[in-house]
Design a protein around this ligand. Structure first.
Ligand SMILES: *Cc1c(COP(=O)(O)O)cnc(C)c1O
Length: 459
């Protein structure tokens, strides 16, 4: 299987439909009778024409497919209850919250904004958790008042909650996050499980925190949480995590805490370029489920409910970004730059993490490469390079470029750098396309600017 997918091109229709994170392109990607790219039954260049560029396109079938892959694999491989939770920071929107809710998933939020987006998208509070290493009172109260489980990250969370939960009120449902001391191979900025991390309690402090919470009327400790990082291709760190968490579970229960939930975080990687080779969703879930089951049996623990928190692997592959080609600059003997009408403001991952992507021309995906170019954005940074040393057919101004696997950590990490409005986003399914995020307009960017009175008088 690994071999077959390693040579994959985004437009090839042989793909892993059971595990969309293994593909370069959405599961519905195909060519029309004129060999132009279609996703969700829609011609990509038509979408660009109709909605403008840059444009984020999200394939509904791919998102639903990954939701079901997680849910089904948990049901199949874990003998106890389970719940996959969508890490909404990957793509926080009413639409994806609504899809996750309708597929029976829960959701993790990290701010008041993500909480409100999920509530309004129809996600029930009881299926949600609130994360964050520096939650404010507004966020804690919003979670508490809507039955969202609060993932306690540090003493500050506990101090604030002790004060905020009203005397005689229901206790806050808490999950305790600790650093499991597990290293994995991913970018330094997205590792979170090693000891030197800003997230969670140090494992040495776990016992004292568990003791501190005994008998506190404002707190009900119902879960334990750890997350080891993101874009991980290895399975061993997830296997190792199970034993560490089962030890913590045993300790917590021995102190009388009613811990039902074990939340192993997210982190499964996806295929951004052909050489990436992530495990399937089922392989990942099986390793986690088997390891938790075995670790609990060894310690004679009743099986907890197993929660996991996929973000990237749930939505990244469903997304395609469309850009229009504009200017070009050729420096003879050095390089050719082809500029598109977006860049680091709609996709900050290349400049932040040196991330790689795959792209092709929407209407000529099969055309042979004629030159090697740097595909660059329109921002005032030399580092605003979307794809380096990219073999491409010769492009004209107006050609539409499709960049794949942009459904996670693109829109949600976008900015207005250079006062560039954020792109629109559309969801596609069975030939229909619907707007789910409106395109910002330059005027929108002035909405929060205020010129104080004394600056207004002209000289
Ligand atoms: C970011 C994050 C996730 C999701 O990670 P992915 O790599 O996108 O699956 C899950 N849990 C926590 C606590 C996170 O911070």
């Amino acid at each position: 299987m690994t071999q077959a997918f390693a040579s994959q091109k985004p437009y090839e229709t042989e793909r892993d439909t059971a595990s969309p994170n293994r593909n370069l392109a959405p599961v519905t990607t195909c060519l029309d009778e004129r060999d132009r790219l279609m996703v969700g039954g829609c011609l990509l260049s038509d979408l660009a024409q109709r909605y403008g560029t840059p444009l984020y396109v999200l394939d509904e079938d791919t998102v639903r497919g990954t939701c079901r892959a997680y849910r089904d694999a948990l049901k199949q491989h874990y003998p106890g209850p389970s719940l996959p939770i969508y890490a909404s920071k990957a793509n926080s929107s009413l639409l994806v919250s609504s899809i996750a809710a309708s597929e029976g998933l829960g959701l993790d939020a990290v701010s008041a904004g993500e909480l409100l987006t999920a509530f309004q998208g129809g996600m029930p509070g009881e299926r949600m958790v609130l994360h964050g290493n520096n939650k404010n009172d507004e966020e804690l109260l919003l979670a508490y008042n809507n039955d969202v489980t609060i993932v306690v990250d540090n003493q500050h969370d506990l101090e604030r909650l002790a004060e905020l939960v009203p005397a005689g009120g229901a206790p806050a449902r808490l999950m305790l996050r600790f650093t499991p001391g597990i290293e994995c191979h991913t970018h330094e900025y997205i590792q979170t499980g090693h000891l030197d991390s800003k997230f969670g309690f140090d494992p040495d402090l776990l016992e004292s925190v568990l003791r501190q919470l005994v008998g506190k009327p404002w707190a009900k400790l119902t879960g334990l949480h750890a997350h080891i990082g993101s874009q991980i291709f290895e399975l061993e760190p997830h296997r190792d995590l199970a034993a560490v968490m089962a030890d913590a579970l045993k300790l917590a229960r021995s102190l009388g805490h009613p811990v039902e939930d074990l939340n192993v975080g997210g982190g499964l990687g996806i295929r951004y370029v052909a050489s990436d080779d992530p495990p399937t969703i089922e392989q990942w879930v099986k390793v986690v489920a088997d390891a938790v089951t075995a670790a609990c049996r060894d310690r004679q623990l009743e099986l907890p409910r197993l929660l996991c928190e996929p973000g990237r692997s749930l939505v990244a592959t469903a997304g395609v970004t469309l850009y229009a080609v504009g200017s070009r600059k050729t420096i003879p003997g050095v390089r050719t730059y082809v500029a598109i009408d977006g860049g680091m403001s709609d996709n900050p991952r290349p400049i932040t993490y040196q991330s790689l992507y795959t792209c092709c021309l929407a209407d000529r995906p099969l055309a042979p490469a004629e030159e090697t170019v740097n595909l660059v954005g329109k921002h005032c940074e030399s580092g605003d390079v979307l794809l380096k040393d990219l073999p491409l057919p010769t492009t004209q101004s107006g050609d539409i470029v499709a960049v794949f696997a942009t459904g996670a950590y693109n829109a949600s990490m976008s900015s207005n750098y250079n006062r560039i409005p954020r792109p629109a986003a559309v969801v596609v399914q069975s030939g229909s396309s619907e707007l789910f995020q409106k395109r910002e307009q330059p005027d929108d960017l002035l909405r929060y600017d205020v010129l104080p009175e004394r600056f207004r008088a002209l000289p």
